[in-house]
Design a binder for this molecule. Structure first.
Ligand SMILES: C[S@@+](CC[C@H](N)C(=O)[O-])C[C@H]1O[C@@H](n2cnc3c(N)ncnc32)[C@H](O)[C@@H]1O
Length: 260
């Protein structure tokens, strides 16, 4: 894979540039926000359990798509996997490289247009990327292409747009308690955030059901849900009250897709 830092020209190029710039602006504080950095041994153990359940116990060749500051890469490395992480934000990548040095291959690249050969990886994992994709059909076709036969794709994501009545209440309580504690708002630059999210493919929200259908359409033979609740519970155990409420205020899920 070549190390090209810019989104590749093509459809949605300028939206991708805005998305890249938005995440680059959040890189410095990303790990401080709830649900991002792995904060406790219990959380690391929960991630290890999810990854073992998904990919098996043997070390594999794994691609962390949109690796950000390298937290999922950290969990993969802790299990002995050979890890490649890609992301299109240099600011995010710099943090991942500082954390992992040469233990992982951390490259700049566009997760929607991979430069790897066909059937390069045993497994792919991606957290909190899918909801922001500009062309998910193209991305899923690419992910399917670079997986070896029998390979696994683990998608960890959520619906950050729609909330049930209860989730709305929890979210408002989290914001109230956070402000009372004098903490900075979770998402910086609200205007840029609203502007890009209104143009995401999944601007009306991402559901596990819809994603399942799209992954099957992309060729994955089996798509099943994976137990992400174990991770969220571990995150909540070491969180402040407002962060624990925030974690409960959105639908979070993981799907495991298998290529025949
Ligand atoms: C919410 S962060 C998640 C980071 C990391 N996966 C995690 O869970 O800690 C989203 C990341 O996706 C990256 N990203 C978004 N679209 C991308 C694309 N098309 N190609 C590569 N990276 C992308 C951003 O730069 C950012 O680092």
């Amino acid at each position: 894979m070549s190390d090209s830092s810019l989104p590749t020209p093509g459809a949605n190029f300028s939206l991708k540039e805005e998305i890249r710039s938005y995440w680059s602006g959040r890189a410095a504080t990303f790990d401080q926000q709830v649900g991002h950095a792995i904060k406790s041994d219990a959380e690391l153990a929960a991630f290890q359990s999810l990854l073992r359940q998904s990919f098996g116990a043997e070390p594999r060749e794994v691609l962390d798509l949109a690796c950000g500051t390298g937290e999922i890469t950290r969990a993969l490395l802790s299990l002995g996997h050979k890890v490649t992480g890609i992301d299109f934000s240099e600011e995010m990548l710099a943090r991942a490289r500082t954390k992992h040095g040469d233990k992982a291959r951390i490259l700049a690249g566009d997760a929607e247009r991979l430069l790897d050969d066909d059937e390069t990886y045993d497994a792919l994992v991606t957290r909190h990327l899918v909801w922001t994709l500009t062309d998910p059909e193209a991305a899923f076709a690419e992910w399917f292409r670079v997986l070896r036969p029998g390979g696994k794709l683990l998608v960890i994501d959520g619906d950050w747009i729609n909330r049930s009545w209860l989730q709305g209440l929890l979210n408002r309580a989290a914001t109230f308690l956070r402000e009372r504690a004098g903490a900075a708002p979770q998402a910086a630059d609200r205007e840029a955030f609203d502007s890009i999210t209104s143009r995401f493919f999944f601007r009306d929200g991402l559901s596990a059901e819809r994603l399942s259908g799209m992954l099957r359409q992309a060729g994955f033979a089996r798509v099943e849900s994976a137990d992400y609740a174990q991770v969220v519970k571990a995150q909540q155990r070491h969180a402040t009250l407002h962060d624990a409420l925030r974690l409960a205020s959105s639908t979070r899920f993981a799907l495991l897709a298998t290529k025949n």
